[in-house]
Design a protein around this ligand. Structure first.
Ligand SMILES: [Zn+2]
Ligand SMILES: [Zn+2]
Length: 758
């Protein structure tokens, strides 16, 4: 006979704000278990009376059926002293508002709600349907605890039916804070020059007409407005491009279903898992065939997402097209628009209709962007459905703020052992974006009860994020300010992500970051721990003609490399770049280099990719960040296995031999695709050779990759495969972006270790 005993279960992980306690309550009922469940800061705790077999079965079922947006890290079971319970109940923890600091990210609509949308009388066709397992969270919350009065649903009073569901613990909508229905919730509206529509059927049929006619629409999403058009209307895509005032930056598409997307892109099983997950990010997928001109010209990948709001599903029920372009509602690089009034004012004259609903978006948040390489998932833009989930670490990070970098900025707050990263913010040189940064910082301080005593910034004195850190320290004498080197922060970020201690070998490759010697760095091989780093090797310093301008105009880097290798003979080279650029302009560049006029030195990996793209004639002017490297990766012919030579001296890696061979290959008529493959293979080879050499010298076997260059999937996959085969332990950040969004997290990890010495 099985003995019934009292068991205590501690469930750790992200289990708050995702309907976890009601879920446990219902599960306990079906298992006929008595006891209670209660929230704790780091998870939930529950007591039950059960047999040993019963408690194990219960645990297994929790692991297999927990709410999708929860993330259970571990479940501990211990025997407690025998107690009697009369029922199973949800206990209210008293200090909940201070203790619970976790805010659930926004969750895509769940299948049950989509079903209710068809069947439930009071929610038939209700476009803002949600339950405890799905719907808006972070985007509507203004303060903790996560209760309706602290959300933008506060203005809407529940009808009796909704209230009954909200208070019925056995209902799927028990304590679903944004609960609402056709009788009591926010409503959609379509504004066109012809007037306003509020009836959903009218809205959807009008939308169908507009999209079919190649028109543009602004649609309010979860974290901001989107601009959409039929993905198969060349005219629509062209209008959208003109409106956005950006030339080549690829547009993301929303497909009706994964099956529809599969007609245009390859989807691996792992990619499909991410694409259809509750997070519903944009996933970069390999094109099978070309799609409409103007969407992602010259690129081998397409950004694809699936419907995630109830309204998106309704939209595709009405549209004939299987896909729409869906891009952030903003002009060029401003933050995504969230206000109905502003959207109507700004977009009128450009679009054929503005669709909004009368619930305010409190926290602006873009769609996230993810790419899969091999088994690894890389978060390229960490925003909707990822932020503000904390990154759990093993390091005490309390009260430390990292202010991040500049171009793709975020900040990061340390709370206990958690790193709480802000959503992707954008380029701080843009004034509106800087305002967004400051605004979201104040909100995070309030919501997460955060006030820093140590603020860590980049080394670059002119970054707006550094100025922000300085200002905080000036205004608050209790706050200390330290700065850390950019590429060190990248490696520390990767170490934090993987939970590493001690020292690692770091390859920190990106576009730019101020080095400790005052030059611009970016092709860095570091021996690094959290406290310090040593620069073992770096790419050879090359003049950047025109400084920052060189990063937007790859032709400048191309010439700089050619001039280094060939001197004045470069004029005689029969290659596209030399033919395309006016002799006078070439002369101007070489003069600048000779006279050291506005030609800062750089060891950047990003600029080396730029140079290759220019020398091969692929890209002379970039219309968006990292265009040249992306084009170079896109044309790559994977059947080419060749490599180029390079030289490593005491500290520097020189690519002059490679550049000379590239020019020869162009003369010999080798295709750009094969030259690109040989170039990528060369960088892989370099990382491989250096890793082996350094391991022999110092025994270091753990390798961390960091920096935007590793967003290049071919490069990263090859490096990982090759190093794994040689039994290296290799780490690519999974939870934290490897690009500059990850800098802030690296900064607080370094800060935590330096603080111990202060
Ligand atoms: Zn739901
Ligand atoms: Zn209602």
């Amino acid at each position: 006979m099985q003995v019934i005993e009292t068991y205590k279960l501690m469930i750790y992980g992200l289990v708050q704000g995702v309907g976890f306690r009601p879920y446990i309550f219902r599960l306990a009922h079906t298992h006929r278990l008595k006891g209670w469940v209660e929230n704790r800061t780091d998870g939930v705790i529950l007591m039950i009376n059960a047999t040993h077999e019963g408690v194990l079965k219960f645990r297994d079922e929790i692991i297999h059926t927990a709410p999708v947006a929860s993330a259970i890290e571990s479940i501990e079971i211990v025997k407690a002293g025998r107690q009697e319970f009369s029922s199973f109940e949800i206990r209210n923890s008293e200090d909940i508002s201070d203790a619970v600091t976790e805010i659930s990210p926004d969750i895509a609509v769940c299948p049950e709600c989509l079903y209710d949308m068809k069947e439930q009388p009071h929610r038939k066709g209700y476009p803002l349907i949600n339950c405890t397992h799905c719907g808006p969270r972070f985007s509507i919350i203004s303060d903790l605890p996560y209760d309706r009065p602290n959300t933008t649903m506060a203005l809407f009073e529940m009808c009796p039916v909704c209230r009954a569901e909200y208070t019925d613990v056995s209902d799927r909508r028990f304590h679903a804070q944004p609960i609402s229905c056709n009788h009591c919730g926010p409503v959609y509206r379509l504004e066109t020059t012809g007037g306003q529509l509020e009836n959903m059927d009218d809205i959807l049929s009008k939308v169908k007409d507009i999209v079919a006619g190649g028109g543009l629409l602004a649609i309010k999403g979860t974290g901001g407005f989107h601009l959409i058009c039929n993905a198969f209307s060349e005219e629509g895509v062209k209008r959208l491009r003109n409106m956005k005032r950006r030339n080549g930056k690829p547009f993301a598409l929303m497909f009706r279903s994964a099956d529809e997307a599969r007609k245009f892109v390859k989807i691996t099983r792992k990619e499909e898992e991410v694409l259809t997950s509750w997070r519903r990010p944009i996933v970069l997928l390999r094109k099978k065939r070309n799609i409409t001109k103007g969407i992602a010209d010259g690129l081998s990948t397409l950004g694809v997402m699936l419907p995630y709001m109830p309204f998106h599903h309704q939209l595709f029920e009405h549209l004939d097209t299987p896909a729409v372009v869906m891009t952030s509602g903003n002009f060029t690089d401003e933050p995504i628009l969230i206000s109905n009034e502003k959207a109507t004012r700004m977009f009128a004259g450009y679009v054929d209709g503005v669709i909004s609903y009368n619930r305010e978006i409190f926290n602006r948040i873009d769609d996230s962007v993810v790419a899969v390489t091999g088994k690894a998932t890389m978060v390229l833009r960490r925003a909707r459905a990822y932020a503000p989930s904390p990154i759990r670490t093993g390091i005490e990070l309390e009260d430390i703020l990292g202010t991040g970098a500049e171009l793709t900025s975020t900040f990061c707050m340390g709370k206990g052992q958690q790193a709480i990263m802000s959503q992707y913010i954008g380029d701080l040189k843009n004034l509106e974006t800087l305002d967004f940064y400051r605004e979201i910082y104040d909100r995070f301080c309030r919501m997460f009860r955060f006030s820093p005593n140590l603020v860590v910034s980049d080394l670059h004195p002119d970054y707006m994020s550094t100025r922000f850190a300085r200002q905080l320290a000036e205004e608050h004498p209790n706050i200390q300010h330290i700065s850390v080197q950019h590429h060190h922060a990248h490696i520390a970020s990767g170490m934090l992500d993987a939970g590493l201690e001690g020292e690692v070998l770091g390859f920190s490759f990106d576009g730019t970051g101020l080095g400790s010697d005052g030059h611009s760095w970016g092709g860095e091989v570091l021996q690094a721990g959290y406290l310090n780093f040593e620069r073992l090797f770096h790419f050879e310093y090359i003049p950047l003609p025109g400084g920052d301008k060189a990063s937007l105009e790859p032709w400048r880097m191309g010439l700089s490399y050619l001039y280094r290798c060939f001197g004045d003979e470069l004029y005689e080279l029969q290659i596209p770049l030399v033919k395309a650029i006016d002799r006078k302009d070439i002369g101007h560049i070489t003069m600048m280099i000779d006279q050291k006029l506005n030609t800062p030195l750089s060891s950047s990996a990003g600029r080396l990719f730029d140079a290759l793209a220019a020398i091969t004639g692929l890209n002379y002017y970039s219309s968006y960040q990292a265009e040249a490297p992306m084009l170079l990766e896109s044309v790559l012919d994977p059947s080419e296995k060749g490599v180029y030579e390079y030289e490593i001296d005491d500290k520097q890696v020189s690519f002059s031999l490679m550049i000379k061979s590239v020019v020869e290959d162009i003369h010999d008529g080798l295709s750009i695709g094969r030259i690109s493959a040989k170039f990528h293979n060369t960088v892989v080879n370099l990382i491989f050779q250096l890793s082996k050499r350094i391991r022999i010298e110092s025994g270091m076997n753990r390798i961390v990759l960091g920096g935007g260059t590793f967003q290049n999937r071919y490069l990263t996959r090859k490096v990982m495969d090759k190093l794994k085969k040689e039994r290296f332990d290799i780490y690519l950040p999974q939870r934290i972006p490897m690009n500059d969004q990850g800098i802030a997290a690296g900064q607080i990890a370094i800060g935590a270790h330096r603080r111990k010495l202060m």
